[in-house]
Write a protein that binds this ligand. Sequence first.
Ligand code: GDP
Length: 462
Amino acid sequence: MAALSLPIKGVRETGDTIFALSSGSVPSAVAVVRISGSRAGEALRALIGRLPEARRAVLARVRDPLTAESIDQALALWFPGPASETGEDMAEVQLHGGRAVLAAVFSALKKLEGLRLAEPGEFTLRAFEHGRLDLTRVEALADLIYADTEAQRQQAFRHMRGMLGDRAEGWRRTLIEAMALVEAAIDFPDEGDVPKDLLEPALSISARLCREIEETLASGTRGERLREGLTVAIAGPPNVGKSSLLNRIARREAAIVSPVPGTTRDVIEVHLDLAGFPVTLLDTAGIHNSSDPVEQEGIRRARARAQGADVVLWVLDAKGPQGQGFDPSAEREAHWLVTNKCDLLSQSELEALQSRTAHRPHLVISAETGAGVDDLLDELADFARAYFKPSEPALVTRERQRHLLEQAAAALRRAISEGAGGREEVVAEELRVAAHALGRLVGRVDVEDVLDVVFRDFCIGK
Ligand code: GDP
């Protein structure tokens, strides 16, 4: 990919050479320190006394460049730019992961002129600035680092390989070709049919791109949901055992279990990995009427979250009045009935309950003994699998991407309809709008305002 050479606001002069701990927190077996910038080679030479062969690990004694005192024995690597991760000269030292080891190496590096600690995400930002990663790949990299489940990892990895970025860049290039045809049609003196011959291929290219972008958008919000997780709200009248169920599932004291109704005031979340898919379980507190303003706020928030949930588990007490608070008219496919406290029922009562209910799914459980809870989780895993596993992997994983693709498709649709009326100038303008949206998607144009958002999730060393 060609260098982007973008003017990036709020970032220090890239003339600095930066360094950071790029591995996890110390103490650890190994700590990886990365250095990037024009002085990376000098810095590595200062630390280990030589520059290793490019991309070959060497065992080296690390020393303080000023006092020559030994600090550690480490593996050192040298990655000359531009074929490095950041596109700059880079060095990597794999040290023993002790706090004092790192403190000594950092203090040695700080003594070198032109070196400073990296800001969060700055290595990746440099990779982006040097055209090593487009913006969709930067987003995917953050997703890969934060992926909790297998399906999230797969999605992030596919996008890091350019699943959306390469496609969008291809569309942008094709659009620029179409724009050139339209410009030629505009510039062409009024002679015979030539402008039509130029406009028509541009419009048929636009129609094809528009179709492809619309198909890309057709995966809906599945990709975004996979990043964030499906939400499952546990709702129902007070005291039926909602918090107990959440606790049972989380196997830790995440929610307050209390025999007094209405003590769980906030929405409590538990994040689950069900068959590789992320699911966020919400305890929506006792949804009931209350005059206490604090409780009312809890109830309002609970209702809002439950309404937005993908699945609502409506919990009932097996010994309580059946159907209490459950409104079958509000019933939707993802409104599941869960009868809790089945441990309080006799065998015959249990069988009667199971045969009586027509509602599906209907799960009979005991949060106390754990009976039926595994079946409930299996049902949820099946639901998540069916939700996320259509044949095509999602191409859109963020609202930002969706928004820009929608803009591009809308501009193309306008271009096509204006083109039918032979209005070349308007067609040219709409194609420019579409190309601009795709340029923003991959981060080629107008990046300043999105960088903060995209890089917000990054930690130091990445
Ligand atoms: P919530 O208000 O719906 O969240 O209900 P809680 O989880 O606070 O539970 C209310 C009461 O029911 C507590 O005393 C729990 O110990 C009890 N409880 C919850 N689940 C079960 C169950 O499966 N069996 C029995 N016997 N008691 C339960």
